[in-house]
Design a protein. Structure first.
Length: 620
């Protein structure tokens, strides 16, 4: 279908657009948003189609597709209005798929973002009469705010149809493509200045706050999930917020930081906090996804009392909102560059999200802990943990999903109960626990003993770094030492090897060796050669050109997609000049040329392109 309008992706759409495509297709439904409407008596299928058709004409986002292979940047393409496909499924036991089976399949099928509109609809009938409407949305197009607005409009228009009077809705003043056009007009200098705050923030982050806890799980990819619902917690949080004159979000951020510090044993807690981009005037009612996770670090190294943690959390919330208006792909790129600068993988893979579900009820009258089924599809997303706070009319639900590599089932339960107990302990205005005392009360199992060295904010494992270096075929033995500036590797080599080659080797292995770090200085002596010792940081060296078929393919695609004259395989994708927003197109072009093994998420890490090429295989 021909597009009637097109634009770049909105900044608030980019996180979910990138994340959706780095997850295996069979697990993408974990990011789908669903809603169910109970239909008033007397509603006909034709009326439902009519109302949805009206909303599709009114809101361009409902008829927008997302073209990853557009040049020079991905585009959102608005298509002309057309009839909406509304599936019909019987609620009667008539031998056809049940509503649960049909809507489950409708929800689980991945969206073809480049060809499929972002809304699917199904009407469930009882005795041939429409009973309820089930909708499925992709998260690129919708967030909770947009969905609430669409729900209100659907109910208003349907009520008008049933009553025989037209509904009066406010005019749509802004469409997503209009916002995207304004964002695209922002100068590169202005974007770089806006990203400056996040560049400074990235420099403060620990490379891995789970360095003490991260382990190889008994079952690869295993994960855990549980929830804790408390009616009393709503008033507790509201009281703390009022007493300390902060937003409720700051109360939750403070509790999260203290509880996570208790579990990890780290004083500097880092995570991504979902932040609305709607705060900037004129975007509050925009019908599309306008949220993006902001980088947040909470420093508890001075063992502050909870009142001080609250003050710091409030400041972090304000900073996140003040600097939210940036393209998320810029955050991805600066984290990649920061990883390369340090020589250690900076991974911020824990997420915190606040969701307002008022005026709905939490459905319980007393505290309830509930173990949930293993989140197998979420476990393929690349996150370490995902913590959600649902605020209901009459309570709060805390939900935690965690990879077994960083948190076992017992730790998940202790986290939820400890978080709630921490807040409950501060209902008393006289209570003000220090972070260390709060941690002791939570009773997490001690982290395994692991010799770690501190370099700036990072925990570094010298033994693991040594193992990585010994994995290079030319290295016979190595000694790794540390000082406040970084690591030094004294290498005895069995064959010629340069500091640059060793650096490429180490950077390529960091994803598989937690807490390993690339030395900032290599001293290399080749045994029996009589040649003098070679010393260097490995950052300068001749560009690495392609030799294998896979290297030639990766070099060609990265250069073509990003408009580069040349590509140095010793660099990471970002270091070579590749842009994060183009990674889905790079992966698609490689598949089109018969290559597999590189996902969009692989491209934005610290690994050199040479390492990624070695993981590529021919498509069957």
């Amino acid at each position: 279908m021909t597009a009637s309008k097109s634009a770049n992706l909105c900044w608030g759409q980019r996180y979910h657009w990138l994340r959706y495509q780095q997850v295996p297709a069979g697990s993408r439904h974990e990011a789908h948003i669903t809603d169910t409407f109970r239909l008033p008596a007397g509603t006909t299928l034709a009326q439902v189609r009519s109302v949805l058709g009206y909303l599709v004409r009114r809101h361009e986002v409902l008829r927008t597709v997302y073209d990853a292979r557009a040049h020079p940047w991905p585009r959102q393409r608005v298509q002309p209005p057309a009839p909406v496909t509304v599936h019909e499924v019987s609620g009667e036991p008539d031998g056809t798929p049940s509503p649960a089976e049909f809507t489950g399949a409708l929800t689980a099928a991945p969206f073809d973002l480049a060809a499929e509109w972002p809304m699917r609809a199904c009407v469930v009938t009882r005795g041939g009469v429409p009973d309820r409407l089930h909708l499925v949305f992709n998260h690129v197009a919708f967030d909770d705010v947009a969905l609430d607005a669409l729900r209100r409009e659907f109910e208003a228009v349907l009520t008008g149809v049933l009553d025989g009077r037209p509904a009066v809705l406010p005019p749509v003043r802004d469409q997503p493509a209009d916002l995207a056009a304004r964002e695209a007009a922002t100068s590169d200098q202005a974007v770089e200045e806006a990203l400056g705050h996040w560049r400074d923030e990235a420099a403060r982050l620990p490379a891995d706050m789970y360095a003490r806890r991260r382990r190889a799980p008994a079952v690869a990819g295993a994960a855990h999930s549980a929830s804790f619902t408390s009616p009393d917690l709503l008033a507790t949080v509201a009281g703390l917020a009022e007493r300390h004159r902060v937003w409720p979000a700051a109360v939750h951020l403070a509790a999260y930081a203290v509880t996570m510090a208790a579990h990890t044993g780290e004083d500097l807690v880092s995570h991504r906090m979902y932040t609305s981009l709607r705060e900037d005037g004129g975007r509050a009612a925009l019908m599309t996804c306008q949220s993006s996770p902001a980088l947040v670090a909470m420093d508890l190294s001075d063992d502050p009392p909870f009142s001080e943690v609250l003050r710091r959390a409030a400041a972090r919330v304000e900073q996140a909102l003040a600097h939210a208006r940036v393209p998320y792909d810029g955050i991805v790129e600066l984290l990649s560059r920061e990883s390369t600068r340090r020589g250690q993988r900076v991974q911020v893979a824990s997420e915190l999200n606040f969701l307002d579900h008022k005026p709905r009820s939490c459905g319980v009258r007393r505290d309830r802990f509930t173990p949930n089924p293993e989140p197998a599809h979420w476990a393929r997303s690349g996150s370490d943990t995902y913590f959600r706070v649902y605020e209901w009319q009459d309570g709060i639900t805390l939900v935690l999903q965690a990879m077994d590599a960083v948190m076992d089932a017992d730790a998940v339960e202790r986290f939820l109960r400890g978080y709630a107990a921490l807040l409950d302990a501060h209902r008393d205005p006289g209570a003000d626990l220090r972070a260390g005392e709060a941690a002791r009360r939570m009773g997490f199992a001690p982290a395994p003993e692991r010799p770690l060295t501190r370099i700036g904010p990072d925990a570094v494992d010298l033994a693991e770094t040594r193992r990585v270096l010994l994995g290079h075929p030319a290295v016979a033995s190595v000694t790794v030492t540390a000082d406040p500036r970084g690591l030094t590797a004294e290498v005895l080599a069995a064959a010629d090897v340069t500091p640059a080659a060793l650096r490429v080797h180490v950077l390529g292995a960091l994803h598989d060796h937690p807490a390993a770090r690339c030395p900032g200085l290599f001293r290399v002596t080749v045994t029996g050669s009589g040649a003098p010792e070679v010393e260097g940081d490995g950052r300068t060296g001749p560009a690495v050109s392609p030799a294998t078929d896979a290297e030639h393919a990766l070099t060609a695609v990265v250069a073509e997609v990003n408009g580069l004259d040349g590509v140095d395989l010793s660099e990471s994708y970002t270091g070579a000049g590749g842009r994060a927003l183009r990674t889905p197109r790079v992966a698609a072009e490689l598949r089109a040329r018969g290559w597999e093994g590189v996902s969009p998420g692989d491209l934005t890490g610290v690994r050199p392109l040479l390492t990624l090429a070695r993981a590529m295989v021919r498509s069957p």
